[in-house]
Design a protein around this ligand. Structure first.
Ligand code: ADP
Length: 273
């Protein structure tokens, strides 16, 4: 049975990974990749020794390389598998892997049917040399599709280390889709760490007044109703957009936080505490 052997290979490769967090959203555009990025960076900043990986399985819309400022990098093949791109350069504690690194031209589109997507995910899980990781954050496509089923199938032997986070925006339409995500997690018995409400209100940079652009509180209410932990709400933040869009100005092995503006912001936040 090929899926049996692929799950054994993934289990072997990921046996040095302590926690695997799958980030889900019902809809596209609600900020799932931004939240995955921020989650990975805040885990990374939680200790100077913690090791974090981020795997982008949003095959048709990979945005992780750009958000980590490493979109001009490529993965290398070693005798022991693919070497991920380290967003923190020589420190090598923040490993990224995405189909975006494998495209010849960044603007190329990935037009693949299910079996090819499944093959790519299998390779991501069994052929990448992640090494020792405390956390592997997996950014998935919106909804619950082939990619999600492939992930869970290949990682079946690692079930006790898997958990998920659901990202939603506060509007009723997004919440309806977040409910579908939740029912998926229940159907496949995937633990949910909690729910994040993104784009929850806009804080005016001039006067600090909060405008509820997309309403607010819907995610919190859903969490209460469904017995989920509410992990918090993230306001619409114009600075975040430019930080996520900022390209790699540094590059190379000596990359520092200054060359990675989003990381610099996290380090500034951490040192303020
Ligand atoms: P998804 O992965 O759900 O498709 P993205 O994370 O790619 O969504 O976000 C879509 C767009 O919204 C991006 O341009 C991102 O910079 C922006 N965005 C996400 N969250 C916020 C936020 N809290 N404030 C402002 N812009 C945001």
């Amino acid at each position: 049975n090929p899926s049996c052997s692929s799950s054994a290979m993934a289990a072997k490769r990921l046996e040095t990974v302590k926690h695997i967090i799958i980030v889900l959203s019902g809809k596209g555009g609600v900020g799932k990749s931004s939240v995955s990025t921020q989650l990975a960076l805040s885990l990374y900043n939680s200790s100077p020794t913690v090791r974090v990986g981020i795997l982008d399985v949003d095959l048709t819309g990979p945005s992780i390389p750009r958000m980590f400022g490493v979109d001009n990098h490529a993965v290398h093949q070693s005798s022991d598998g693919w070497v991920p791109v380290y967003a923190d350069g020589a420190q090598a504690r923040l490993a990224c892997m995405s189909v975006g690194f494998l495209l010849k031209n960044k603007g190329d589109s990935v037009v693949w049917r299910g079996p090819k997507k499944n093959g790519m995910i299998r390779q991501f899980l069994s052929d990448v040399r992640w090494g020792e990781l405390d956390y592997l954050v997996i950014d998935t496509p919106p909804g619950t599709s082939d990619e999600h089923l492939s992930l869970l199938e290949h990682m079946a032997p690692l079930h006790s280390r898997l958990s998920s986070v659901i990202v939603t925006t506060p509007q009723a339409v997004a919440l309806m889709d977040a409910m579908k995500c939740l029912s998926f997690t229940r159907a496949v018995n995937l633990p949910v760490l909690g729910l994040i409400e993104n784009m929850s209100g806009y804080v005016c940079p001039c006067c600090g007044e909060i405008s509820n652009v997309f309403s607010t509180g819907g995610g919190q209410e859903m969490a209460r109703r469904e017995g989920l932990r509410f992990l918090g709400n993230l306001p619409v933040d114009t600075e975040l957009v430019s930080l996520l869009d900022a390209s790699d100005v540094g590059g190379g092995a000596e990359k520092s936080a200054d060359a990675f503006p989003l990381l610099a912001r996290y380090q500034a936040t951490t040192s303020c505490k």
